[in-house]
Design a protein around this ligand. Sequence first.
Ligand code: AP5
Ligand code: MG
Length: 195
Amino acid sequence: MFRALLLAPPGAGKGTQGQRLADRHGVPHLATGDLLRDHVARGTDLGKQAKSHMDAGRLVPDDLVIDMVLRKIGGDGTGEILEGFLLDGFPRTLTQARFAYEWGLQFKRTFHAVIMLEVPEDELVRRLVQRGEEQGRSDDTEEVIRERLAVYEDNTAPLVDFYESRGILVRVDGTGTVDEVTERIEAGLEPMVPA
Ligand code: AP5
Ligand code: MG
């Protein structure tokens, strides 16, 4: 069963590629940003706590995000534990990465691959500004996009070393068409993922 995660800056294509990879491999696409936006839209307690962080382009506190993910993948003592998944936007801090690693060891579900999409910063900003104009996502303003990129560099980029040292990092050029990127990811995954 396929277990992978997408580790990439805002606008690199985690959501776009994540949905395709999940469909191809027959696993759920679990995107913490989408899950949090759903909580905000429904006005849950978590949504109320998360909203100001998200609107500012900062991270939602680790404990809140970890609880939310545990409820989805299982292991909090209630319900089944998922065998396969494509995580998008989680882990995003070293604390989250250590939690995920311990979870994988505990339930014999360590990750097969971590897909890192590489896209130049000016292209990231261009994509997100365009999406902000077209779809109005509240954090797609130029100022908040810059903050999200800085937060990625400070908190999430260090995870590249964490996963590289475990031998599961797959670096993929995230520029070009969506189809081209998908094919590059699949080629990179081939040696990593059980058939
Ligand atoms: P999240 O929703 O994860 O946002 P993000 O990381 O900023 O990334 P995006 O969703 O904006 O981009 P993406 O990489 O998914 O790219 P996409 O495919 O959409 O997180 C939002 C917030 O939630 C965070 O700031 C934080 O507050 C909170 N949060 C989430 N997870 C958290 C966690 N684990 N811990 C703490 N807080 C957390 O593509 C972008 C655009 O480009 C789209 O318009 C798309 O159509 C276009 N595009 C895609 N591919 C291509 C291509 N090949 N060529 C041209 N355009 C393309
Ligand atoms: Mg996304």
